[in-house]
Design a protein around this ligand. Sequence first.
Ligand code: APR
Length: 234
Amino acid sequence: MRELQTYSNIVVLTGAGISAESGLKTFRDNDGLWEGHRVEDVATPEAFLRSPATVHRFYNMRRQQLIKEAEPNAAHAALAKFEEQFQGQYLLVTQNVDDLHERAGSKKLIHMHGELRKAWCTCCDETFTWEKELTTETGCPSCDQSGYMRPNIVWFGEIPYQIDEIQTRLLECDLFVSIGTSGNVYPAAGFVQFARSTGADTLELNLEPSLGNQHFLVSVQGKATDLVPQYFKL
Ligand code: APR
């Protein structure tokens, strides 16, 4: 594996593992429960139809935790600094709905699973920066209708944001790096194969081997705050 600065076009994918050391729980390391909830009860369109108040409560708590308790860590900071100094093309794609990458200074960033600090009105299709609680009665600041606001989160069974742009960039890159993701959820779990199909080198940095571990040219196990600053330096 060459030094990162010798590549000309890098795509990085991050998952919950990069924010774990900022105090945000990952999804699959607690008997399959996410903060005490089954993912199907809080992170699907069906759950929102069935029990919108429960889903709102869950994301309200996640949003407050993110705003009040979480800070970017050394891994987020290393990626932001790398982006600033790297001469080639660079794109960071995150599955995380937290805003720790942008708080650390990352700019070229796609939130493929949405953003906790945004709300979406499904009546007029506007999205808004959102710090407060959302409820079933919350009115839309734009169209004024109540009952249509939801967290701007891509739930299971929904199509991730900017997937065409991501796929184009994966086919163009000469290095794909996956950080802190278990490889359980598609399409992100398939990005490594996309990048490899046009000859890119592929690197995985994760606490443990991911499900798609065998597709990576190099796979290194360790904590994100140790490995990311080590690899992403110029
Ligand atoms: N450093 C590096 N990796 C870590 C660390 C750490 N400190 N702590 C945990 N990990 C790794 C775990 O070993 C695991 O492989 O992070 C991964 C987290 O996996 P998941 O909990 O499955 O999270 P992720 O892969 O991001 O989930 C993908 O699934 O629930 C949906 O939409 C949600 O975006 C999420 C998607």
